[in-house]
Unconditional design. Structure first.
Length: 146
């Protein structure tokens, strides 16, 4: 990662071993990492900080990973979070579209690092090339009301 800015990645997984492994791997690459064992704990963490990316296991206790991704994409405050799915199964089209990138378990350490780096770079590039997308949608809605 270039510059002094460290990307913040929140890892949401109910498996403590996965939390620890992801945290160690990503921190070794310069990411600032926070881990959460549930979607509810993650949502509480958003009160303190909005991450650059969220690596979300789909099978979580309580609110599912797909439901969490839907919530993140629906709110202005969290829409800019790069939503990364971590799953042990194939996703349906409606579920897959909630995420910016998908990683299927099992995964190697190098695979996880590469996945996060590539997905985050792609997400940032896409956002930089379309910075006013939301403004255009709001403008269209306002014109439609007239």
């Amino acid at each position: 990662m270039g510059g002094s800015e460290r990307a913040v990645v929140f890892v949401v997984d109910d498996d403590p071993d996965m939390q620890d492994a992801a945290s160690l791997l990503l921190e070794s690459e310069g990411y600032a990492v926070r881990t959460f064992g549930s979607a509810d704990a993650f949502l509480e963490g958003l009160h303190e900080q909005i991450p650059d990316a969220a690596l979300i296991d789909l099978k979580l206790p309580g609110l599912s990973g797909a439901d969490l991704a839907l919530l993140l994409g629906a709110h202005d405050r969290t829409r800019s979070v790069c939503r990364l799915a971590l799953t042990g199964r194939q996703l349906g089209a409606s579920e897959a579209q909630l995420f910016h990138a998908l990683l299927t378990k099992p995964v190697t350490g190098a695979g996880l690092i590469d996945f996060v780096a590539t997905a985050l770079a792609s997400w940032r590039e896409r956002r930089a090339s379309h910075p006013d997308r939301r403004a255009r949608r709001v403008s269209r809605r306002r014109r439609a009301r007239r």
